[in-house]
Design a protein around this ligand. Sequence first.
Ligand SMILES: Cc1ncc(COP(=O)(O)O)c(C=O)c1O
Length: 379
Amino acid sequence: MNVPLLDLKAQYLSIKPEVDAAIAEVLESQHFILGPKVEQCEKAIAAYSKCSYGIGVSSGSDALLACLMAENIGGGDEVITTPYSFFATAGAIARLGATPVFVDIDPQTYNLDTSEILSKITPKSRAIIPVHLYGQMADMDPVMAVAREHGLIVIEDAAQAIGSEYKGRRAGSIGHYGCFSFFPSKNLGGAGDGGMVVTNDAQRAERLRCLRGHGAKPKYYHKIVGGNFRLDAIQAAIVSAKLPHLDAWTAARQRNAQRYDQLLGEASVPIGLPIVATDRHIFNQYVIRVTNRDQLQAYLKQKGVGTEVYYPVPLHLQECFAYLGHKTGAFPESERASKETLALPVDPELTEAQARFVAECVCEFLDREVPALAGAQSR
Ligand SMILES: Cc1ncc(COP(=O)(O)O)c(C=O)c1O
């Protein structure tokens, strides 16, 4: 049986008439950048995220960058974040000449260990970027409490977490800004790059709208130095067409996750399953933890099961951040996670038979390989 990590073609076929019509409308209008389709999408995503404003941008990466730029964060400033995320989180900080200051993760949720934030605050601290990894929100109450106390800006990296909730509040609605990605593999993906910032602050929304068009207001009169961070109308139209399906897709992801929890939990194999610590985990990824991850991944590949390692090298050990001077061992939980975690297929299109097959393959491997390995190691 072939089980891809993600079946975007199947999803497209299930809503093809709606997506095709949305694209055709943009082609008919020949209005390709910003404009009414982007405005519609901004309103819809802001409402979905229980925020007042949405600002469409060119990607999740540019969403993070634009928020930092909106706060004039740059050389000499420090921004606290996690070393266990996609590169964009720390990349946005470094691109502006600011310093990413890492805080290790909670091994249960893979999100920021909030008890460590306070010890990283200095007079140079300007912002915190909590990442809602794999679709589960970080523990936001302590993040906001520290930020309030020290006058820091909070930018939620919700690229993987649209629609997830923490104490009844949606991803993106708690911090000063929330950043989403419409990268095709996200729960709400476009047909290329795209992203959005949400905020409840009218002035911040206005500044972001200015920044995404090279800081011009009006056209050709540049108040600030921004960039080309504009969202394309085709991406906005596709995202808007897909949004009405998002809750059903999320429910299917949650059903798949429950199925794995049951199948893998009942088998007495040495495996760490995802821990749901907040109200609404949207399972952008279903990530297991095993000690012999690379062998398991190779075994699953041979069986036709697609998997992915998010992320094999934590950010503090990336070559481009050598100048920060971190050594192996600096953030042990992030380093352990990068060696032990593996994402299994959890997309809405995954069938029950496919989920059972994946779980069977995982158990088969762990039943056979782990005792043998443990024996070999103890000899
Ligand atoms: C946690 C996180 N932050 C930021 C991004 C960047 O988003 P994009 O790929 O749209 O630039 C991603 C996308 O993979 C992500 O997963």
